[in-house]
Ligand binder design. Structure first.
Ligand code: AGP
Length: 613
């Protein structure tokens, strides 16, 4: 959600900024802009719409010469997407330019104050308030850094800011709180950005800014300050992954590339933690005494990460016999949860910066709970804030619709459940070994579901069902958790109305919506419940639904006798089965989205990292 980038060096800034913004597109945006210091002035060019519009306006960058600048992709919050509301915003004095990722919560009060001081506003954004405040304090103190400091201490909310001052041509000031910001070190050049891919073409050496940190830099020098204004050294870290990991390679879309990356992502996540037939989550301390005294485990997350949490409830309760509850972070943070030191609260997040999840984490800590995060982005806010962290090694996930992050999160849940069950003695040795074996085998099982034949089948089914208007995903027990994720995939990338229900719940209301031509995707991978789900399929078929059933290979014939079409997946350990069921559902949604002409990687209205509430 919004991305910022800043450059000071000897190259032309505009092309560097455009390149960086392109790499931040995945975060979601509806307008973009850059400001370059040139001829003693601040020159901004902004455009509503895709980056290509801005690129054209800038003639690829050549229309805005200069070697120092800031850029922004905006996802509208305060005011509609428009040229005027796009960043960078200039102060009414014309001397300050600002790009901003985040939300200034006391914007209305600050705007009123600045109006009283004589400032004028062009846009509806909270960011222009920041520009005017820095402009005001700059006039007052005559010092750029002091002006930024005076401004930042009055801001409530979240921000990563990149700021230029007309009177300091080579300098950029960057500062952050609750929004991500990384600093890049090059040869005679420096960068700031919301995420690593934006600068990876130029440098692999970065520093992660902490909340309250400020970087004051030009092409040659940088000084970092902490929140108290003290000068601090920042640890330089090497990015270990290559740019190719954040590029499409030969694939049409990031989403399909990332679907294919799942077996590798799973291997990378599982293998280092499975040694000699034993789960070893290095550094994770959950003693038997602690676990035995737990009242309840909560898993708290948003979107697909929440659906991983729903699946985790089934997995942890089955293996550890500890009451477990999944909660959406946006609800947890305001529901006065019954949480104290007798609760373990697990937070699941790909980006590690989802605003609601981060706020829920802080709430859980405030109440004395032990917190553990399952996160993909190293060094992200959630990873840093939690007491303990387990990383998913999915690599950078660019498509807005998560696939490989979901799968790796689920694999971490298995590892964690197994480690806790072993500590508690709630799992037999036989069961433990069979799960170890199943986990080791999982990437190979996934490979089978990504064969050309399997893809062709999903594509064919998408051609058959893509014109439907409504879809229902139904399943029982752990299958119902996978239905939630399958259904979300379909609605977010294919814009097809879709809902997910435990199959047994249908008769309690939703069945009234089933009519001729409703698509029902039924998950039936649990043998003891197979007949029950078949009965539900008959009920919806009797009311005109077209049914696609995902089931086990050995049950396919029986399912095919009732459903209109089937997808068969190999039978593995029942608890691991969701890791396989999700693959055809991801593929199905992907192909439906293509048939419907949707922008698969950048679905409308969505952002990859939801950094505002
Ligand atoms: C998944 O396809 C969605 N884009 C979305 O639901 C996502 O899972 C959710 O916003 C949580 O993000 P996080 O994992 O980065 O916290």
């Amino acid at each position: 959600m919004c991305g910022i980038v800043g450059y000071a060096g000897s190259r032309q800034a505009a092309p560097v900024l455009l390149n960086g913004l392109e790499k931040l597109e995945y975060r979601g945006y509806d307008s973009a802009g850059v400001c370059v210091h040139n001829d003693g002035g601040l020159n901004a060019v902004k455009a509503k719409g895709r980056l290509s519009v801005l690129r054209d306006r800038l003639e690829g960058g050549s229309a805005l010469p200069g070697t120092v600048g800031i850029g922004h992709t905006r996802w509208a919050t305060h005011g509609a997407p428009s040229d005027i509301n796009s960043h960078p915003h200039l102060s009414w004095t014309g001397k300050i330019a600002v790009v901003h990722n985040g939300i200034i919560e006391n914007e209305a009060r600050l705007r009123a104050k600045m109006l009283r001081k004589g400032a004028t506003f062009q846009s509806e954004t909270d960011t222009e308030v920041v520009a005017n405040m820095v402009g005001y304090y700059y006039e007052k103190h005559g010092d750029f850094v002091t002006a930024v400091r005076e401004t930042v201490m009055r801001l409530e909310g979240s921000f990563a800011l990149g700021i230029l001052c007309q009177d300091m041509p080579g300098t950029i000031v960057a500062v952050k709180k609750d929004s991500p910001l990384i600093f890049g070190f090059g040869e005679g050049e420096h960068f700031v950005a919301s995420d690593v891919p934006a600068i990876l073409k130029y440098t692999q050496t970065v520093a992660y800014l902490e909340d309250g940190d400020m970087a004051v830099f030009d092409a040659e020098n940088v000084v970092f300050y902490d929140s108290t204004g003290e000068i601090v050294e920042k640890k330089q870290e090497k990015i270990t992954w290559e740019m190719s990991a954040a590029e499409r390679g030969g694939y049409d879309h990031f989403m399909i590339k990332e679907i294919f990356e799942q077996p590798k992502a799973l291997r990378d996540t599982i293998s280092p933690r499975l040694r000699d037939g034993q789960v070893n989550l290095d550094g994770i301390e959950l003693s038997a005494e602690y676990l035995k005294n737990l009242r309840k485990i909560y898993l708290v997350a948003c979107g697909s990460a929440y659906y991983v949490s729903v699946l985790a409830k089934y997995i942890i309760e089955k293996t550890c016999r500890i009451p477990t509850e999944a909660m959406m972070a946006s609800e947890f943070r305001y529901c006065d949860p019954v949480v104290d030191e007798r609760n373990l609260v697990i937070f699941v997040s790909q980006s590690g910066e989802t605003a609601d999840t981060l706020a829920a984490l802080r709430e859980a800590k405030r109440r004395g709970a032990q917190t553990l995060a399952i996160v993909n982005v190293v060094g992200s806010a959630i990873a840093k804030a939690a007491d303990q962290v387990i990383y998913t090694w999915a690599g950078p996930e660019i498509a807005v619709a998560t696939t490989k992050a979901f799968s790796t999160q689920l694999s971490v849940v298995y590892l964690l459940a197994m480690q806790m069950a072993k500590t508690l003695g709630t799992m037999s040795t036989g069961e433990y070994l069979s799960l170890v074996e199943g986990l080791e085998q999982l990437p190979y099982d996934m490979d089978r579901l990504l064969s050309p034949k399997a893809l062709e089948k999903c594509q064919y089914l998408a051609s058959r069902y893509h014109a439907h208007h409504d879809a229902f995903y139904i399943g029982r027990n752990i299958d119902s958790g996978i239905c939630l994720e399958g259904s979300l995939k379909l609605k977010e990338i294919a814009y097809l109305h879709s809902e997910a229900y435990p199959a047994g719940e249908l008769k309690h209301g939703p069945i009234s919506l089933i009519e001729d031509g409703t698509l029902v995707v039924a998950l039936a991978t649990i043998e003891p419940l197979f007949d029950k789900t078949m009965a539900n399929i008959k009920e919806v078929k009797a009311r005109g639904a077209d049914v696609l059933c995902v089931t086990l290979e050995e049950l396919e014939e029986n399912a095919a006798a009732i459903a209109d079409s089937t997808i068969a997946i190999p039978k593995i350990h029942p608890l691991l089965q969701p890791s396989l069921s999700i693959i055809p559902l991801q593929l199905f949604s992907y192909y439906v989205a293509l048939y419907r002409g949707c922008d698969v990687d950048k679905p409308r209205n969505l952002a990859k990292s939801v950094t505002v509430e």
